[in-house]
Design a protein around this ligand. Structure first.
Ligand SMILES: O=c1ccn([C@@H]2O[C@H](COP(=O)(O)O)[C@@H](O)[C@H]2O)c(=O)[nH]1
Length: 312
């Protein structure tokens, strides 16, 4: 099952770090961009090629020290088909390198439309008997705020094809409380969503004891993560908000269970553009990303060990 694979890789690499592949063309080093712009001009194709070249180098530098990557599809989609080609090729390359791929797509709609999203991002399409995989990755993020029925198509695909999903519960952004923290019948809305995710997750438990249906819980909400961890003991958390958004290793400690498992922590800008930190040059962007991913891994492991939560 998806979750068993993820836990296996976490233990193998002794790392809970997810590298967010959110390429911003303005931050991709000139040495990568120039080559593509010289060959293809100022075109969407040039951008797509630059993104792919950049991502491959990052993957080469981190694949042996992290369990997973999380490409955020928006950074690709904005460049149309050329961007989406780069997304597909990035996911394929990461998988070839043994990484779990979590597509951050935040989809969700009425049942029949969710089914189409699910075919695109977890399953496949059947063209008169010929099966094609389009964007299929190991796991995706989904938005449940249209209601539980919108998740059914994804759950079906997860159970039939050993895939996973992380459902938005308490997001990392500053404004997440505006709607998610509203109270209904004595409970916050995100707590109601947490109960829903915990319940549907029972259908997809792996041998490791966790479910392939996980939750997105922001690193920027320490107290909320503590109560959510208790409410959802078998739900794996995907935790964005580390680094660039201010989350630290201390902030995410409650996302983990006593077994030291239960959460993967994402950092995107903080890792892939670490070459901008003092002491690096543009050429060393891959090395800088590796150093930053190791630093993050060690900081998290240190806090886990200090709290008696070692998982390896
Ligand atoms: O609550 C959420 C859900 C998703 N994200 C995504 O995670 C990364 C964070 O990027 P950083 O550069 O590390 O800030 C990005 O893809 C977001 O879309 C989130 O931040 N919060």
């Amino acid at each position: 099952m998806f979750i068993d694979e993820l836990v296996k890789r976490i233990k193998e690499k002794k790392s809970n770090v997810v590298v967010g592949l959110d390429p911003r063309i303005e931050s991709i080093p000139k040495i990568v961009k120039d080559q593509c712009f010289e060959k293809y001009g100022n075109t969407l194709k040039a951008v797509g090629k630059a993104i792919l070249g950049f991502n491959k180098e990052i993957i080469d530098y981190v694949y042996d020290i992290v369990p997973a990557v999380k490409p955020q599809i928006a950074f690709y989609e904005q460049y149309g088909l050329e961007g989406l080609k780069a997304y597909i090729e990035t996911c394929k390359y990461a998988k070839e390198k043994g990484l779990v791929v979590i597509g951050d797509i935040k989809r969700g709609d009425i049942g029949s439309t969710s089914e189409a999203y699910s075919n695109a991002h977890l399953g496949n399409v059947n063209i008169e008997g010929v099966i094609h995989e389009t964007f299929a990755v190991d796991s995706i993020t989904v938005n449940p705020y249209m209601g539980g029925d919108t998740l059914e198509a994804f759950i079906k695909e997860i159970n039939e094809k050993d895939k996973g999903m992380f459902v938005l519960v308490k997001t990392s952004n500053k404004g997440s409380g505006q709607l998610q923290d509203l109270e209904v019948a004595g409970k916050k809305i995100y707590e109601v969503v947490a109960e829903l995710v915990d319940e549907i997750g029972k259908q997809s438990l792996g041998k490791c004891g966790y479910s392939s249906i996980g939750a997105v819980v922001g690193a920027t909400y320490k107290e909320q993560s503590k109560s959510l961890r208790k409410k959802m003991p078998k739900t794996y958390f995907l935790v964005p908000g580390y680094g660039a958004q201010g989350g630290t290793a201390e902030d995410i400690i409650h996302c983990f269970n006593e077994d030291g498992l239960g959460a993967v922590i994402n950092s995107s800008r903080g890792i892939i553009f670490a070459y901008k930190n003092a002491g690096y040059t543009e050429e060393k962007y891959g090395e800088a990303a590796r150093t930053e991913a190791l630093k993050m891994r060690d900081a998290i492991n240190k806090v886990l060990i200090a709290n008696g939560k070692c998982y390896y």
